[in-house]
Design a protein around this ligand. Sequence first.
Ligand code: NI
Length: 168
Amino acid sequence: MALRTIIDTTDETLFKKSRPVTDFNPRLHQLLDDMRETLAASGGLGLAAPQVGVLRRAVIVVNDDEEMVELVNPEIIETEGEEENYEGCLSVPGRFGLVTRPWYVKVKAQDRFGNWFEADGEDYTARCFCHELDHLEGHVFTELCDELISEEELIEIRRAEAEEDMED
Ligand code: NI
């Protein structure tokens, strides 16, 4: 396994549409292994192949049980509700924005051997599915929010929310 370089928005690859995976071969397995290692090292909650410069439809999402789920050729098949929350992206370091996403999402995808399966998630996991699948279309979350804030501002907002919760 090897760490791959995560590209940022100065690289136009991030804004291109990814192609379907057709060969479930050792090359794909190497890509997914490297993406796992890169995601673990970054501390993020999801990573899409285009973020490491590979325009193929493969993503990794950290699910509700904090396991890494590999999704090849993923498609959203069901959504429910709506939630607005802050999100960030490893390709947009240190910047966060408010984005409205479905509260619940179910996806179907293939595993690294080509077997179809379904996965679902609520709240932040649902957000992560949507965010990573957007990357496969060449879209970045910053297109969906009005303004970006810094990590310090996000920490301050979270602190204020926690204080409000304590008062309730
Ligand atoms: Ni991202």
